[in-house]
Design a protein around this ligand. Structure first.
Ligand code: ZN
Length: 238
């Protein structure tokens, strides 16, 4: 049974947020999407997210009737104050605190507060995000504990009873592929492989079994590893 409400999906066009979109359409009656220009060094994901949306609408046209508008919010000045290798083209070096250099300080917090303001306007009762602490990237703003605190902050600071739904929080990357297949079969798996984008280097030239990417950055390695382990499980089970 789908919940008779509107959910707003934080949708970057990355693998996780594409799966979250399909999952939200399975569980909520109305779904809208929001993406952010936050000063990311590679504009590619802002293009691929639109391509994925378009192809998703064509492939799953029944569901797409319940898929509302896509919203893009420009907070590109944010990338200037919160620097990371995702917002500044620089060598991938570790931070002093041990967090990956791709960490953009406070990014998810800003996204969630901005999304909450949009949810208020659009009458959405749920925010959906692909944060995950299992194959943990080390980002402190991907933890469920943080999401609980943000829910409280939104309630106290904005007067909104908004739920932050994180369907991938407890899943391994292999389980995320498994969920993908359960939600939309091979068609959705294929669409995620070819049209979702994860690579930090913005590589759309090299196509692997698991999708496009340089194959070297942390995002590619994580995506490849998850895919391999899912594929191996399928072989074992066959
Ligand atoms: Zn890569």
């Amino acid at each position: 049974m789908r919940q008779q409400t509107t959910a707003l999906v934080l949708y970057s066009g990355g693998q996780d947020s594409c799966v979250c979109l399909a999952d939200a359409l399975a569980r909520y009656e109305n779904v809208e999407t929001i993406g952010f220009l936050y000063g990311q060094a590679h504009a590619i994901e802002m293009q691929t997210r639109l391509v994925f949306l378009q192809k998703y609408r064509e492939t799953f046209c029944d569901q797409a009737k319940r898929l509302g508008p896509d919203h893009v919010l420009d907070i590109s000045g944010y990338g200037e104050i919160a620097q990371s290798t995702l917002t500044v083209q620089a060598a991938d070096t570790r931070r002093k605190d041990g967090l990956p250099a791709t960490y953009v300080p406070g990014r998810n917090l800003i996204f969630l507060i901005a999304a909450a303001a949009l949810a208020d306007r659009r009458g959405a009762e749920v925010l959906v995000g692909g944060m995950c602490e299992t194959d943990y990237s080390g980002y402190p703003d991907c933890r469920r504990e943080t999401m609980d605190a943000v829910e409280t902050t939104i309630r106290l600071g904005m007067g909104l009873d908004l739920r932050i739904d994180t369907p991938l929080m407890a899943l391994t990357k292999a389980q995320t592929w498994e969920l993908t297949e359960r939600l939309g079969g091979q068609k959705l798996v294929d669409l995620i492989v070819t049209d979702s984008h994860s690579c930090y280097a913005g590589d759309r030239e090299h196509l692997h079994k698991w999708g496009y990417g340089c194959g070297q950055c942390d995002a590619c390695k994580l995506r490849a590893k998850g895919y391999e382990s899912w594929a191996n499980q399928q072989e074992d089970g066959a």
